[in-house]
Write a protein that binds this ligand. Structure first.
Ligand code: ZN
Length: 256
């Protein structure tokens, strides 16, 4: 089996997208662009769940290729790294808040929205925040999007939520969740409802091939902790992901 999910392959993916005529876009820029704008876009969004140094490496790679994307950081020890967040922001990428407050507060709404305000303020002490994106922990029974049944993120000067503010009926969505681009199989929480027909790809090279024939906007979601060139780190990530997928398969069976 050849190694997938390396930074070298990520570079190939990005170069192929740009050559194919896609314009790379941050989430905030995509949301504020007008519908009439010409050309197809890639909304490039990264969830920094773990290992922020790998997000920094990816951010520098993107910068060297000449484009910017969006990095959603969790507010947890080891991920909320002020130096790394400021550095990624300083080279032109958007920093977003990857919230999980309902999960942290065991579903208690008033506590969760207070925590949301507090954590958001911590981000805003160091960088500008326009957009947010929920963190879908596969092992949590709470869905953080439920927060917005009771509250309105626009009240906190948030321009958009990556799952709620993009019209996925018009955008093809691909995510590396579960270390496969076939999100449907393992995607318990990161589910996106879309009328677009599902394009199934098994590897990044198949994704590159599939994207060549797409003429609409595309949203790509990665988890940078999975993308790196070091062999031992890669093997460890593969093994731990396989263990997690066994757990997720069980959850999917249980909850449909
Ligand atoms: Zn996440």
């Amino acid at each position: 089996m050849g190694r997938d999910f390396t930074l070298d392959i990520y570079r190939k993916l990005c170069i192929s997208l740009m050559k194919g005529g896609f314009q790379m876009s941050r989430v905030n820029d995509y949301l504020s662009s007008s519908i009439q704008e010409e050309g197809k876009k890639i909304i490039m969004r990264h969830d920094v769940d773990l290992r922020p140094e790998r997000a920094l490496a990816m951010a520098k790679l993107e910068k060297s290729l000449g484009f910017n994307s969006t990095y959603y950081f969790r507010y947890i020890d080891g991920v909320f790294n002020e130096e790394i967040i400021k550095e990624i922001s300083s080279i032109g990428h958007e920093i977003g808040y990857h919230y999980e407050v309902l999960a942290k507060c065991n579903g208690k709404m008033p506590e969760a929205i207070d925590k949301f305000k507090f954590e958001l303020s911590k981000f805003r002490q160091i960088v500008h925040i326009d957009t947010i994106c929920m963190h879908g922990s596969p092992l949590s029974k709470w869905n953080d999007l439920d927060l917005w049944d009771n509250y309105n993120f626009e009240d906190y000067e948030i321009q958009g939520e990556a799952f709620l503010s993009i019209n996925y009926d018009k955008v093809h969505y691909f995510t590396d969740t579960g270390r496969s681009w076939n999100g449907a199989a393992y995607n318990v929480r990161d589910k996106v409802q879309s009328k677009k027909s599902k394009i199934l790809v098994k590897s990044t090279s198949e994704l590159i091939y599939a994207l060549n024939s797409i003429n609409s906007d595309v949203s790509i979601n990665t988890h940078p902790q999975r993308w790196h060139n070091g062999f031992f780190g890669w093997t460890f990530e593969l093994l731990s992901q396989n263990i997690k997928n066994i757990g997720k398969r069980y959850l999917l069976r249980k909850h449909g």
